[in-house]
Design a protein around this ligand. Structure first.
Ligand code: F6P
Length: 325
């Protein structure tokens, strides 16, 4: 392999749209006469020299598929310098100096460390259903996750309506309420419980007090898994103690939010970021993450990337207050 080789890898939890990004990277690199290798299983693949050549045909018909062609990992070993040194040696042995890494906040931190400790130039692409990465308005996977959640919750609403029930629906979001807020507004939820505020519970009590005597009604409360109440089952218990007369149920959406065919928005985002990553890298950009802000492609230094926190005073929460009355 030559200096012109570009390696591509996916790291951290899978999301829908990774394959669209891999396809864009491979095809763009080939367009600019570069060879491409895929690193299997994220950072573990760097440590184990788990590399394979990719050509245009390797990425045919994957744009519509969930998961990742290259597989992924949350590598514990890569946290240790001794294993990172093995990875650097493997890359040297294969004459790889350029990597495009598609990953979340933790993986992008790993990329930043890699660029400080070695002469590898890593360009990052943001992906996470949690959407909590700075430097981009949207990370790959978020749009699909919220659409999957929305569709599932609409179905649960049918049961809630038919039986006068209150459902607590737990969505993913380790430390972030983006999925809960977006999907909650889209389904007309009566309550949205997120880690970024503790005023949400108070608002939920008010809404229940206001509505609980209604006949032929239903309640949908979206709970972000990372909320300080401890999730949907804990919240159900709290509400049951306060309103024992209400019939409540819990649904945990879990990993269905991470898989499946990506939405149009995720496919186009992944494609734009993938093409831009190769072009920026070839233009000499170093150690940056490629994001999309106000529909413009922007580069942010990897060491400036951090967890983004949802603004609780944002317009969406106000919407909930108005519409749940
Ligand atoms: O960070 C993405 C995410 O899906 C979180 O929302 C969730 O808490 C976590 O990953 C689950 O990780 P795993 O698939 O390793 O259980």
């Amino acid at each position: 392999m030559s200096k012109k080789t570009i390696a591509v890898m996916t790291s951290g939890g899978d999301v829908s749209g990774l394959n669209a990004a891999i396809r864009a990277i491979v095809r763009t690199a080939i367009y600019y006469n570069r060879t491409v290798i895929g690193v299997e299983k994220g950072y573990d693949g760097l440590i184990d020299a788990d590399f394979r050549s990719l050509n245009s045909g390797s990425v045919s018909h994957i744009i519509s598929r969930g998961g990742t062609l290259l597989q992924s990992s949350r590598s514990e070993r890569f946290r240790e310098k001794k294993y990172r040194d093995i990875a650097y040696q493997n890359l040297k042995d294969h004459d790889i100096k350029y990597i495009i890494l598609i990953g979340g906040d933790g993986s992008l931190k790993g990329a930043s460390i890699m660029s400080q400790e070695s002469d590898i130039n890593v360009v990052g692409i943001p992906k996470t259903i949690d959407n909590d990465i700075s430097g981009t308005d949207f990370a790959i996977g978020f749009d699909t996750a919220v659409n999957v959640a929305m569709e599932a919750i609409d179905r649960i609403r049918d049961t809630a309506m038919s039986h006068n029930r209150l459902f607590f629906i737990e969505v993913m979001g380790r430390n972030a309420g983006y999925i809960a807020l977006e999907a909650g507004i889209a389904v007309g939820a009566e309550g949205i419980i997120i880690p970024e505020t503790n005023r949400d519970l108070e608002l939920l009590y008010k809404t229940i007090d206001h509505k609980k005597d209604w006949k032929n009604s239903s309640f949908i409360v979206i709970v972000a898994e990372g909320d300080e109440t401890g999730g949907a089952y804990k919240l159900q218990k709290l509400i049951h103690e306060r309103y024992p007369e209400l019939y409540t149920g819990v649904t945990i959406l879990g990993h269905i939010q991470r898989g499946g065919s990506p939405t149009c928005a995720d496919r186009t985002l992944a494609t734009r970021l993938g093409v831009a990553a190769v072009e920026k890298l070839l233009q000499g950009e170093k150690n940056v993450m490629i994001g999309k802000v106000h529909d413009e492609i922007v580069c942010t230094p990897l060491d400036k990337i951090h967890n983004r926190r949802l603004d609780v005073d944002n317009e969406m929460l106000k919407l909930l207050k108005i519409l749940s009355k």
